[in-house]
Design a protein around this ligand. Structure first.
Ligand SMILES: N[C@@H](CCC(=O)N[C@@H](CS)C(=O)NCC(=O)O)C(=O)O
Length: 215
């Protein structure tokens, strides 16, 4: 048995956040596939595991955690390299993780879902337009922040970086070209250069989506 088990699937940037933390830390972990596109998160068994019905879920012995931000916080105590080195850094990590969950990931993940995963007849142009604008605004905030900061919350990589970068390697699945945000691009490339880095489709099971799912 591995020390950590992460319920996840390849298309989930939210699951990628802790998966990447585990990979970069060289942790003893295994991904456990959740068949999201065939409705597994709606099953009573999964709701028992996480009443919120969401991936990721981390299991470590008897401990079971959900919400990527909470899982990242837990992992940063186990692997202090990407944790805070002061009270001020702890607050900055929390601040940017909350911002990511509210303003960045929630919009860009939902935009991608609308554009790429929802069956065509259920896509709504006004919803896509709204989410595109919201995503754009958040990406500009992040790009400006990274103009004057090498990393998001401290002078070293922290879990705030891993949270914000969750969806930013799924290139060509958005109306935005992330490479045109120069500071985001420089920063996400710095993360790809770290030992242990893998693309979400290589780190977690379930890519490509099998035909027949989603219908
Ligand atoms: N704020 C949560 C978001 C998690 C989330 O949205 N998970 C999606 C996959 S990326 C999910 O499992 N959705 C299940 C469903 O909608 O049935 C986190 O950071 O963990």
């Amino acid at each position: 048995v591995t020390e950590y088990r992460l319920r996840c699937f390849a298309q989930s940037g939210n699951a990628y956040k802790p998966a990447l933390a585990l990979a970069l830390a060289g942790a003893d972990w295994e991904p456990v596939f959740v068949d999201y596109f065939n409705g597994e998160t709606h099953t009573p068994e999964f709701r028992e595991l996480n009443p919120m019905g969401e991936v990721p879920v981390l299991e470590a012995g008897e401990l079971r955690l959900s919400q990527s931000g909470v899982i990242l916080d837990y992992l940063s105590q186990r692997f202090p390299d990407f944790g805070p080195r002061s009270e001020e850094e702890r607050r900055e990590i929390l601040r940017w993780t909350l911002w990511d969950n509210h303003k960045l990931t929630s919009y860009i993940a939902t935009l991608r879902f609308q554009m790429k995963f929802l069956p065509e007849e259920r896509r709504q142009p006004e919803v896509i337009e709204f989410l595109t604008k919201r995503s754009d605004a958040a990406l500009h905030v992040l790009d400006r922040h990274l103009f004057s900061n090498e990393w998001i919350a401290a002078d070293h990589l922290t879990t705030a970086d891993l949270s914000c970068v969750g969806y930013l390697y799924y290139d060509h699945e958005f109306p935005h070209d992330f490479a045109t945000f120069p500071n985001i691009d420089r920063w996400r490339r710095a993360i790809t250069g770290l030992p242990g880095w893998k693309h979400p489709y290589d780190l977690m099971p379930g890519h490509p989506i099998p035909p027949g799912a989603l219908s």
